[in-house]
Design a protein around this ligand. Structure first.
Ligand SMILES: NC(=O)c1ccc[n+]([C@@H]2O[C@H](COP(=O)([O-])OP(=O)(O)OC[C@H]3O[C@@H](n4cnc5c(N)ncnc54)[C@H](OP(=O)(O)O)[C@@H]3O)[C@@H](O)[C@H]2O)c1
Length: 181
């Protein structure tokens, strides 16, 4: 992300999204958060400049476009996401696909997006997290400086992991779910 770029974070109140909003702001981006209305206060408190309630507004109509879209929620076809992207914009598909018939949605992010990307001006990518020491240290610096504050929704002891997973599967958490040992 470059300072001044417009960034749309879909699923902005979730575990990944709540960190993404804050990191994008730290990078100097102008951030639009997509969340349900009940989480508007949360995403604004994380620094979002603008909030779209996806239950009321379809932001993929083409009326507004963003330089970078980070999709943590899935559920929207690539063609619609591309419509909300500037001609040279970047789409990062993080997750949330769930239901592809054969591949559980893997196809859209990991195969289809990079393939389509070869033929259009936009950069379309699926994200596969690689945990690197250097990145974690950079994150620690942001947390220690108070620039990024992890949002903790619920905490479960190890023995209640199945409950934690069931809660996560509902797909509407507010920040992170933490397991304690
Ligand atoms: N690619 C990778 O390496 C990688 C790494 C980590 C996670 N993931 C994947 O990324 C996804 C997100 O993870 P997470 O931990 O952030 O999940 P999460 O905490 O459950 O957050 C998901 C968010 O999506 C929002 N949402 C649900 N339906 C939506 C819709 N129709 N439109 C827009 N937003 C909607 C929810 O907000 P509301 O409650 O406001 O609806 C919720 O805050 C998961 O599928 C996870 O498996 C991928």
């Amino acid at each position: 992300m470059q300072p001044g770029q417009s960034v749309l974070v879909i699923g902005a109140a979730g575990g990944v999204g709540s960190l993404t909003v804050q990191i994008a702001k730290a990078e100097g981006a102008k951030v639009t958060a997509v969340s349900s209305a009940s989480k508007e206060d949360l995403v604004r408190s994380l620094g979002a400049d603008d909030v779209i309630d996806y239950t009321r507004e379809d932001f993929t109509g083409g009326a507004r476009r963003w330089d970078v879209i980070i999709d943590t929620a899935g559920r929207r076809p690539l063609s619609r996401l591309r419509r909300a992207l500037t001609p040279k914009g970047t789409l990062v598909i993080v997750g949330g696909d769930g239901g592809g018939r054969w591949t559980g949605g893997f196809f859209r992010g990991m195969l289809r997006a990079p393939m389509v990307s070869l033929f259009v001006g936009q950069r379309l990518r699926g994200l596969a997290t690689k945990i690197k020491r250097q990145d974690l240290l950079a994150l620690v610096e942001l947390v220690e400086a108070g620039t990024v504050t992890p949002v903790i929704d619920r905490t479960y002891p190890l023995i209640e992991v199945p409950d934690a997973i069931r809660y996560l599967e509902e797909g509407h958490s507010r920040g992170k779910v933490v397991i304690t040992v």
